[in-house]
Ligand binder design. Structure first.
Ligand code: SF4
Ligand code: SF4
Length: 375
């Protein structure tokens, strides 16, 4: 296992982090506890020392399973990461209850890396309204949490604003070779690094969409490459090539995925990809992009929608459906990003948005097509 330095303390953090959002499941869809615990412990035995969970992963089961896996001497071997689901708190009291509940589920005394989960414009507003950062500082002073960070899912300007607003210890962003310019993206990664902020990466395989089912053109490209690598290896090596990355979280669902990730990240040194290798990855990205149906740039000039539909996100789902070979995981994610009442089918075709779109996209028509696929 390779290790990278957590600048604040000089401690070494494994390049592969154990993500627990997609744990192995039993036939009836529940978390396969024995398998999940064995996998988490196997990862630690092989040198992984960063284990990440969150309040809502597997409806709370992830925190409980992680807590159990870290018994019998494993707790001391890892940085344990958990996150505050600010959107579930209607007031400050509820936020404190959630925090205590996380400790009860995990059955630990300290959480090493504690993040404000899923920072977006509304969540950032709520963080301020509920004085979340003052609360976390208090908990840090009490020794309940060691380092404070945030995970991010909005656009680059907000990312920079959040970084500049507070003295964070680290942050977490989504990054893979298809999302170089999405959300914080590569520019955000470099910005965080310029502020000496360690960066944890999530979704390096785009939730499995870069590995599950490939478009023929991408599969052909990988086959023609001089060096034969799996799609997961190409994707992970692309992320690991960035020296600014501290650790890469992979949400592993099966022991074989863990073994593959351990192998790949044992020698993926920063800056080790050759020009030729980078060019193959760029070509794969271009092949995916040819499948885009509507070229929405996520500029948000069309917003706000009177029906409170997140228009660029709905269009992204529509495009992803064609990019990633109708991967069923896209359908699973749709209601998470577009909650009931504000989904594509709630569009009333008022067309208030269309006149503002610099790409002249037929937004109401796209909403109808999106609803036909996902609802
Ligand atoms: S056309 Fe649909 S998406 Fe556009 S503003 Fe009206 S309701 Fe919202
Ligand atoms: S204005 Fe057009 S390009 Fe911009 S986010 Fe809206 S739909 Fe996408």
């Amino acid at each position: 296992m390779q290790y990278r330095t957590f600048q604040k303390t000089g401690e070494q953090v494994s390049l592969l982090g154990m993500g627990t959002m997609r744990l192995p499941l039993t036939a009836d869809g529940k978390v396969d506890r024995p398998e999940a615990i064995a996998m988490i412990r196997r990862s630690i035995d092989q040198g992984v020392n960063y284990v990440d969970t969150a309040y809502m992963y597997h409806d709370g089961e992830s925190e409980k399973v992680v807590g159990e896996a870290l018994k019998e001497g494993y707790r001391e071997k890892v940085f344990l990461a958990d996150k505050m689901p600010v959107w579930l708190a209607k007031d400050e009291e509820k936020m404190k209850e959630l925090f205590d509940e996380q400790f009860a589920r995990l059955d630990v005394d300290v959480i090493d890396m504690y993040l404000v989960h899923n920072v977006t414009v509304p969540i950032w507003k709520r963080v301020q309204k509920f004085h979340v950062l003052d609360f976390l500082k208090e908990k840090q002073a009490e020794g309940k949490i060691k380092h404070i960070g945030f995970s991010f899912h909005d656009e680059l300007p907000l990312f920079k604003e959040v970084i500049d607003a507070w003295d964070w210890d680290f942050c977490q962003i989504q990054l893979n070779y298809m999302d170089k310019e999405l959300q914080a993206g590569e520019e955000g990664l470099r910005y965080a690094a310029s502020k000496n902020l360690p960066v944890v990466i999530m979704e390096p395989l785009k939730g499995g969409k870069l590995t599950d089912v490939l478009p023929d053109s991408v599969e052909a490209l990988w086959k023609q490459a001089e060096i034969q690598r799996t799609p997961a290896e190409w994707a992970l090596r692309w992320v690991a090539d960035h020296p600014e990355v501290m650790t890469i979280l992979s949400g592993m669902s099966a022991p074989e995925q863990l073994e593959e990730n351990l192998k790949i990240l044992s020698d993926a040194a920063p800056g080790s990809l050759t020009e030729k290798e980078r060019s193959i990855i760029d070509q794969a990205s271009a092949e995916y992009n040819k499948l885009i149906q509507y070229s929405c740039t996520a500029c948000k000039y069309c917003m706000p929608c009177p029906q409170k539909i997140d228009i660029p996100t709905a269009i992204r789902f529509y495009n992803d459906w064609f990019l990633y070979e109708e991967n069923p995981k896209i359908k699973d994610d749709y209601p998470i990003w577009l909650p009931k009442g504000h989904q594509a089918s709630d569009c009333v075709a008022c067309k208030a948005c269309e006149g503002h779109c610099p790409q002249h996209l037929p937004i109401s028509e796209i909403m109808q097509k999106t609803a036909e696929i996902f609802e």
